[in-house]
Every structure is written in C-alpha cells, then in structure tokens.
Design a binder for this molecule. Sequence first.
Ligand SMILES: Nc1ncnc2c1ncn2[C@@H]1O[C@H](COP(=O)(O)OP(=O)(O)OP(=O)(O)O)[C@@H](O)[C@H]1O
Length: 474
Amino acid sequence: MTSPRVLVVDDEADLRELLEITLVRMGLDVDSAETLREARAFLAQNDYGLILTDMRLPDGLGLELVQEVGASSKSTPIAVVTAYGSAENAVVALKAGAFDYVSKPVVLEDLRVMVQSALRLSAPAAPGASAAGAGGSGSRLIGESAVMQSLRGQIERLARSMAPIAITGESGSGKELVAREIHARSSRAGKPFIAVNCGAIPEALMEAEFFGYRKGAFTGAADERDGFFHAANGGTLMLDEVADLPLAMQVKLLRAIQERRVRKIGATAEEPVDVRIISATHQNLAQCVETGKFRQDLFYRLNVIELSVPPLRERLDDLGVLVNGMLARLAGAGQPAALGPQVLETLRTYSFPGNVRELENVLERALAFANDGVIEVGDLSLKGARVAGTAPAEVAAALVAPEPVAAPLPVSAGAPAQLPSSLPDYLEQVEREIILRALTQTQFNRTQAAMLLGISFRQLRYQMQKLDIQEPEG
Ligand SMILES: Nc1ncnc2c1ncn2[C@@H]1O[C@H](COP(=O)(O)OP(=O)(O)OP(=O)(O)O)[C@@H](O)[C@H]1O
C-alpha cells in the first residue's frame, strides 16, 4: 500500500521545511510548491490526501486554491496556515470550504492532529464498510421533501470539514439530530458526540462543567474531573441553546475555541483539545449580538457556517414518512399502529408549533388511546387542527375538550367585579396554574412548556423555582 501524499504550498523556506519534516516523519509522501502556479501543476498530475497551503503566496492567495479545490470533483481536504492572531483569515478560509486551519507559529502537535483527521477523511473505505459510520440506513433523520434533501446535501458536505456550524431552527425541529448526523458522517464518528444544554447549567458551575477541575481546586472538589471539552476530545461538542450562555462564560469559551486549549480549574497548564464545535439555538443570535446579550467575537467564531432546519409546517410533505417511521420505532419489534381515515389529512391542517418533537408526542399519546392498534382522528387531541373534511367551526370541539380557565377573577353578572384581597398572591396563583397547565400539556418537558408560554427556558426554570413547582415523582 502506498502512503498518502500531501502537497505543501508555502514560499517561506523555514516553515516549508518544518512542515515537510513533520509530515515525512508521520510516514507521508510530500510534494512542495512555492507558488500557486507550481501548486496547480502538482494538482494536475497527482491525487493528494491533503493540501496544506499558506495564505499569502507570491502569485496570489491560498484562498484561491481553497476555492479551486472545492470546485473540483476530487474534494481533497485542504487546510490553510494562517498568520498569528488572524482569526479572521481562519474564518474566511473555513467559509470558503477549507477543511481546517493551523495558526503560525505552528504547534507541531496541533499539526499532527489536523493531518490525521484529514487523512481519515480521504482514506478509501475498507471493502464492505460504509463511510464514516454513516450509511443512509443508519440515519434517523427522516424526510424526503425538497428542503430535507437539500439539508442532507449540506450535512454531507459539512461533515468533511472542521468548520464550526451554527444550526438555527425552532424548538423540536431536529437541530440536535442534524448535529448528530454531521458527527456520524464525519471522520470523528468513532469519537464522542457530547451535547450540552447551555441553558440548563447553573452559572456558578459552568466553568467546572466545561473545563473540568483538579482535585482540591475548590471546596468539594474531592477528585479530578474532566469537563465537556475533554469528554468530547477527538469528537464533536454541541452547544445547545448557546444564546443562554452568560457573558462571562462566553469570553472563556471563545478563548478555548480559538486556542484549542483548555485549563482545568486549579491547574497551572493548559491542555490541547481537538473538538469540533456545533452550536444551536432557537433564538436569533445576530439579534442577541445587537442587544448586547451575546458577544460579537464569539458569534463570529461560532457562526462560520449557518445551517437552518425548517419548521415542520414548511415540509408537510414529509408528514407521511415521519409518522410511519415514528410508529415503527414506537412499536419496537411489534406491529406498528395503523392510521384511520382522515388522520394524516387532519395532521396536515395543524401548525405544529413544537415541530417534530410535538408530532412524536402527539403520536405517543394517540397510541395510548387507540383501539385495536388503529389511531383515529379523535385520538389525536390537537388544538386548532381541522378534522379534514369538516367546516372550521365544527372543528376543534371534536378534537379537544374545553380547558378550564385558570383562576378566574370572581365576577358576577351585573355586580362590580370582586377584587382579590392580595394582588401579589392572586397573580402568583394565576402564574402557578398557567405554568402547571403548560407543563402538564407537555408531560413536563420544560423546553416545550417554555415555548408554549413564549418565555425562555431559563425564565421558566426560574419561575418554577420561585413558585416551588416540581415535577411529580414516578
Ligand atoms: N427529520 C426527523 N426525522 C426523525 N425524527 C426527527 C426528525 N427531526 C426531529 N426528530 C425527532 O424529534 C425530536 C426533537 O428533535 P431534536 O431534539 O433534534 O430537536 P431540537 O431542534 O434540537 O430541539 P430543541 O430546540 O428543543 O433543543 C427528537 O426525538 C428527534 O429524534
């Protein structure tokens, strides 16, 4: 078997030599070019497992090469060497399609990690093996609509790079599933995928949770512990609800992402970590930057590639395959439930504010009511949906029982409204009942309940603590 070939493009003799020696010591064959013209000549003659190019070359920019290689059919991974402190160049190169970057002065350990990762990508798959743990059949992401097919294409392409991705989409639309899919299709598939809900970690514990701590670093630190970055080493770290990160933590996170190094609390030295970052939010991050809630520099770093997951109501063509896939999964090894007449049509009239997660919940609940393994329209309990074929007015009544109004003010017809004896107590009681209703409706899924109430996850958590609302046990 021949060893993989790497093309180094750099006009600085010292650096070129350092790169060549390192690569040759890794057992690789190396060709070197000093200019874009020479690089193009090499590329016309050979296939490479990796191209490593400086940004500034005598006859142009390394970026041109990134674009040319990206446009060619070979999809060879190409990485750029960026000047010290030039975060902007790195981001521009990643946006243009570079697989990754290394900063000058080049840290050899970082270079080796990057090269290995690139070569895993371009290695031919073992006979019979599916690429990078992917394989269409292993995918949980269901949907054949045009938007889902385009999303799949983007996932496939993005899985081949280290560029940070920011996934946007409404709650429950499948952002985490998309992130998992990118990981599963990347050369990192064999390494961990760690998803962190940034809104769910108490602020005081954040640094310890992300970076870990040394034994004795603070009271209660009885043993050394790894943080999320260490846990995801070699793999992917998903920062879910990233807009909920407090500003102080945003600074620390930016540093860790830029330096690719973290320091445990209580440690003196930083340790290198090789982690691909995917962030997600249902909020508008750019707007959070404008209002000062989110740091511009971190936004710039995370938002290199944007991926948007459409809400379910914009891909209703997928409803049929989604329902079938979910019913099959819910049935396990048994016979999946069947759908009665008009069920699919009725689902199509619903707006699904909770997206695919809500569809899952609706089906699970319907299954509990269904007789003889057949789900009928009446089992759906959808608010605001129209029973297909009926007039809107006859409607929802057929589907949902009227809900009690929360703690109505005692008012009698004609008489002046009776005032509550304590306004704060009264408001608290109303608030408690409304929150409890939202939580009951979502089976205590706080993310969804917060969405139903139009407040953030954090606000809901705060109100639940304040009002001492707890999830029922069992
Ligand atoms: N295209 C899909 N095919 C199959 N299942 C899906 C699809 N999209 C989402 N789901 C399922 O819907 C549920 C919600 O998806 P996921 O957790 O990825 O959403 P999310 O956008 O990350 O939600 P949140 O904003 O609340 O974090 C999961 O159980 C997921 O498996």
